[in-house]
Design a protein around this ligand. Structure first.
Ligand SMILES: [Zn+2]
Length: 406
C-alpha cells in the first residue's frame, strides 16, 4: 500500500505528494493533437505495459497513423475476458493553434496549486494516474480482469473508440463496468445527453432580385426552418420534459451554421444549415427530427409551384447516443465509494457527450469520473488543480483496494 495522500481540505497538496505526476508529464509531452499521429504516445505506453508483463493489443485506423491501445491485466485465476472493469481515456487533445499560452502546452508545469499543459484536464491526467497503479495491481493480484482502453480521435467525434469497442465485442470481452475519466471534478456522472447532428439543404431557384415572384429564395426558406427549430427549442425549455439533475434540464435544439446566397441582387438558389438536437432520455431525437422535417415538407409544395427543381433535404451528419446508468448500480456504487462522494448529492448528469455512451451501448454499465472541470478543457493555459490530481490518486488507490485480492 502506498502512503495515504494528505487530505486536501486540511493541507495543501504539493507536487511532491503526487506519485502520478511523472507519468502525467510524460503523457503531456506527446503532442497528440487529433489531426496528427498518436502513435508515439501509444508505442511508449505499450512498451511500458509490456515491460510489466501486461498483454496489449494495438488497433490501428485505416491509415496506420493512429491507434487505440487495449491492455488487460488478468484476474488471479487467469480470466481475461469475463467481468472486471475498463478504465477508459482518449489520447488525443485539441489544437493549441492561435491560443495565447503562457507556458509550452506540451511541457506540463506546476505553478502554484495548479498543473498547466494541453490535456491535463481533457484528459491525460486520469489515464496516466490509472497507469501509475499497474505495478501495485499486478503485485496484489486482481479479483477480476482490468482493462485499459486508450483511444484516438475522441475530439473529432469519438472515432477511435468505436473500432476498439467493436473489436472487444468480437473478441468476447464482457466487462462488468467501465469508468471514463473525462473531467467531472471527480463527481460521479451517471448520464449524459445524446447528440444528433444534421445538415439541411434548401434548393431554391435563382432569379434577378427585382423579380422575386419568379424565384424561390433559399435563404428565406432556410430562415423559416431555423425559426421553427428555435420555436421547438423554446417549447422544450418551457414545457420540458425536464430531468432536473442535468446542468441544462431539458433537451436543446441549436443551429450552428447557416450559409447561403451569392449577391444582393440575386435570389439565392442554395442555403445550408448545420443544426443539432441534444436530448436526454425523456425525448426521442427521431420524433423531434420528424417534427422539424414535417415543417420543412409543408413548405415544399409552394416552392415547387414556382420551380419544379426545388426542395429541402436533410442529412444526418453525426450520432452520439446518450447514456444513463442507475445510481444504484454496482459500477456507480463502486465509484461513489472510491471518489468518496455522497450518492445523494454527488450523482451528476451532464450535457456534453463522451465515449461512455458507446460502452453503454454494448451493454457495459458505465460512469464518467475524472479530475478537472470541463470549463478548463480546450482552453489556452489549460489547468487542473493539484488537489484534483490528489483526489484522482485517492480514487485509484481505493479502487485498487476494492478490486485486488490482497
Ligand atoms: Zn475529453
Amino acid at each position: 500500500m502506498n502512503a495515504p495522500i494528505p487530505n486536501a481540505a486540511l493541507q495543501p497538496v504539493m507536487a511532491a505528494d503526487l506519485a502520478a505526476l511523472p507519468l502525467i508529464e510524460k503523457w503531456i509531452s506527446f503532442a497528440s493533437v487529433s489531426r496528427d499521429s498518436n502513435l508515439p504516445l501509444i508505442d511508449w505506453t505499450r512498451a511500458q505495459l509490456e515491460a510489466q508483463g501486461v498483454q496489449c493489443e494495438v488497433i490501428h485506423d485505416e491509415t496506420g497513423k493512429k491507434a487505440n491501445l487495449w491492455a488487460t491485466i488478468p484476474a488471479a485465476n487467469g480470466e481475461t475476458k469475463i467481468g472486471g472493469l475498463v478504465l477508459s481515456g482518449h489520447t488525443d487533445v485539441v489544437p493549441v493553434d492561435g491560443q495565447p499560452w503562457n507556458t509550452d502546452p506540451f511541457v506540463a508545469q506546476v505553478i502554484g496549486d495548479k498543473l498547466y499543459g494541453r490535456g491535463v484536464t481533457d484528459m491525460k491526467a486520469f489515464s496516466a494516474t490509472a497507469l501509475m497503479m499497474v505495478p501495485e495491481l499486478i503485485k496484489r493480484k486482481l479479483k477480476h480482469p482490468l482493462h485499459f482502453a486508450f483511444s484516438y480521435d475522441e475530439e473529432i467525434g469519438c472515432i477511435g473508440v468505436r473500432t476498439m469497442i467493436a473489436w472487444t465485442v468480437d473478441q468476447g470481452y464482457k466487462p462488468a463496468g467501465c469508468i471514463v475519466g473525462e473531467p467531472t471534478g471527480m463527481q460521479v456522472v451517471i448520464a449524459h445527453k445524446g447528440k444528433h447532428g444534421y445538415r439541411t439543404s434548401v434548393r431554391g431557384f435563382e432569379a434577378h432580385s427585382s423579380l422575386t415572384p419568379q424565384g424561390v429564395n433559399a435563404v428565406e426558406i432556410a430562415c423559416r426552418f431555423v425559426a421553427n427549430l428555435r420555436a421547438m427549442h423554446e417549447r422544450l425549455a418551457k414545457e420540458g420534459p425536464f430531468d432536473p439533475v442535468f446542468d441544462v434540464p431539458h433537451t436543446t435544439i441549436h443551429t450552428g451554421v447557416i450559409a447561403g446566397g451569392t449577391a444582393l441582387n440575386i435570389i439565392p438558389r442554395d442555403c445550408e444549415i448545420a443544426w443539432e438536437i441534444r436530448h436526454h432520455h425523456l425525448n426521442s431525437p427521431v420524433t423531434l427530427f420528424n417534427e422539424a422535417k414535417e415543417f420543412a415538407d409543408a413548405m415544399i409544395p409552394a416552392m415547387q409551384a414556382v420551380a419544379a427543381d426545388t426542395g429541402i433535404t436533410h442529412t444526418q451528419t453525426s450520432v452520439l447516443p446518450g447514456f444513463s446508468t442507475d445510481a444504484d448500480s454496482d459500477i456507480a456504487r463502486l465509484c461513489f465509494k472510491c471518489a468518496d462522494v455522497d450518492p445523494s448529492t454527488g450523482a451528476g448528469k451532464v450535457s456534453f457527450g463522451t465515449e461512455a455512451a458507446l460502452f453503454h451501448q454494448v451493454g457495459v454499465p458505465t460512469i464518467v469520473c475524472g479530475p478537472g472541470h470541463i470549463a478548463q478543457a480546450h482552453q489556452p493555459n489549460e489547468w487542473v488543480t493539484l488537489e484534483q490530481l490528489a483526489w484522482c490518486e485517492r480514487f485509484m488507490r481505493r479502487l485498487g483496494d476494492e478490486i485486488c485480492v490482497n
